[in-house]
Design a protein around this ligand. Structure first.
Ligand SMILES: *Cc1c(COP(=O)(O)O)cnc(C)c1O
Length: 445
């Protein structure tokens, strides 16, 4: 437990107005006039401050945060070490552009990434601003290093919203619809999804590999890109053995294995990276979200021979590895390490899985409970089938919001509720959040 991190806003959810309250409603009207309608309206309570696992809105309502801004504020809100590091850095300098005049924190983040990511070989990194940008660069590096064009991705995958990453992402609506044409040379194969395909990891890998070999040809493949546990696609945990079999195949065929650890990285799954669970060693790892506690930072880290194959000037970007974001990452990594939050993620996962599996016994609409570490989800179905139940999912999340708990949906069919609690959430807070979720699920039974 992180006893040094305390919350002066209190530790309880507290709904004191109708939600959204009057101040949020007024802001929402301004938003409608000023902000593009193309952005999702999740839960329009406008946040004024946040501490620990609690978000406080402009009407004084307090929400228990079980989403961490999609696994970004992975430790929690207002982490003291992060506040100090960022404040000090802002006063020193906010930008030079690393490619114009460099600074130490960028180098230090790359040293930490080399140390933390799996693999004992020499590694280097390049830093960027967003997950999508990291994925784009991982693809650039793999293509250049191999001289091959094709990229293999998986059903239900999510890799971002830029033009190349839209092509890599599976789901049409809302991410891709009418935004094409998309980049070529992207090939999609089935993901191991035990709840639906009933295949073992070895069987699912054999299926994916046979499609790659017949439809693309191994010698044309630059990279295989995969989320070791899918995020937006529905917290799909592949069957044991799937990732190792794919990794072995890539090594045998000179294909770059790129792990998209953007949502799973930095202790979320009860290990520093989700691939560690099965001892898989990727050639390149893309990270972002949990890396810098809310400051925009992303990275590609991997085999020095691949990373350094790129000509000087071939990688970069104005803001990539911004000094404020870089010190935030260093503070995040230190806090995760010093407080053994890897172990805390496992504990949180154990309690979430136990509580949700017991709930599943009592209700007919939870088809599957799955996850690893503090990355856990329930898949909602029509009773007696595996048909997605998006309507119930929406109602459950709405109930949680009205009762002061933030939970996020995901899944290709919008029928998965994912829990990504901040790692400093207390046992009491987690139990409280789970009891609200339980009541929400029972309310739609
Ligand atoms: C969020 C996410 C991305 C995209 O990251 P952005 O910072 O939103 O561009 C890519 N891959 C995965 C697995 C993600 O969860």
């Amino acid at each position: 437990m992180v006893s040094s991190i305390e919350s002066s806003v209190g530790t309880q959810r507290k709904v004191v107005t109708a939600v959204p309250g009057p101040n949020s409603q007024a802001l929402h009207l301004r938003r409608k006039a000023a902000v593009s309608a193309g952005l999702t309206v999740g839960f329009p309570v406008y946040i004024e401050r946040a501490e620990g696992a609690i978000l406080v809105d402009v009407d004084g309502n307090q929400f228990l945060d079980l989403g961490s801004g999609i696994a970004v504020t992975g430790i929690g809100h207002a982490v003291p070490a992060l506040i100090d590091a960022v404040s000090e850095q802002v006063a020193k300098f906010t930008h030079t552009c690393f490619m114009v005049t460099p600074y130490e924190s960028y180098v230090e983040v790359c040293e930490e990434l080399a140390e933390l990511t799996p693999g004992t070989f020499d590694k280097t990194s390049a830093l960027f601003n967003s997950g999508a940008e990291a994925i784009e660069n991982a693809v650039k590096i793999a293509r250049l290093a191999t001289g091959r064009p094709a990229i293999v991705v998986f059903e239900h995958a999510y890799h971002g919203r830029t033009n190349l990453t839209m092509a890599l992402t599976a789901k049409n609506m809302p991410y891709k619809d009418r935004f094409g044409p998309f980049a070529p040379e992207i090939y999609r194969v089935p993901m191991s999804y035990p709840y639906h395909d009933g295949l073992s990891g070895a069987e699912a890998a054999a299926l994916a590999i046979s499609i790659i070999e017949s439809d693309v040809g191994a010698k044309n493949v630059a990279a295989l890109l995969i989320e070791p546990i899918q995020g937006e696609g529905g917290f799909v945990v592949p069957a044991e053995g799937f990732l190792p079999a794919l990794s072995k195949w890539t090594t045998e065929h000179g294909v770059v294995f790129i792990a998209d650890e953007i949502q799973t990285g930095f202790c979320r799954t009860g290990d520093w990276f989700a691939v560690n669970h099965e001892g898989v060693v990727p050639d390149l790892v893309a990270t972002a979200k949990g890396l810098a506690g809310g400051m925009p930072l992303a990275a590609v880290t991997g085999r020095a021979d691949l990373m350094n194959a790129v000509h000087e000037g071939g990688l970069g970007g104005t803001y990539g590895g911004n000094p404020v974001a870089a010190v935030a990452a260093l503070a995040t990594i230190k806090t995760l390490r010093d407080n053994n939050l890897v172990a805390r993620a496992r504990e949180l996962g154990d309690s979430m899985l136990a509580s949700l599996r017991s709930l599943q016994q009592d209700v007919a609409i939870i088809g599957d409970v799955r996850g690893r570490g503090a990355m856990v989800a329930i898949e909602l179905i029509e009773p007696g089938t595996k048909t997605p139940n998006a309507a119930a999912t929406k109602t459950i999340v709405g109930y949680c919001q009205q009762h002061g708990v933030i939970a996020i949906t995901c899944g290709t069919y919008g029928n998965v509720i994912r829990l990504l609690p901040p790692l400093i959430i207390s046992d009491e807070q987690l139990a409280d959040g789970l009891s609200v979720l339980g009541a929400a699920v029972r309310s739609v039974q």
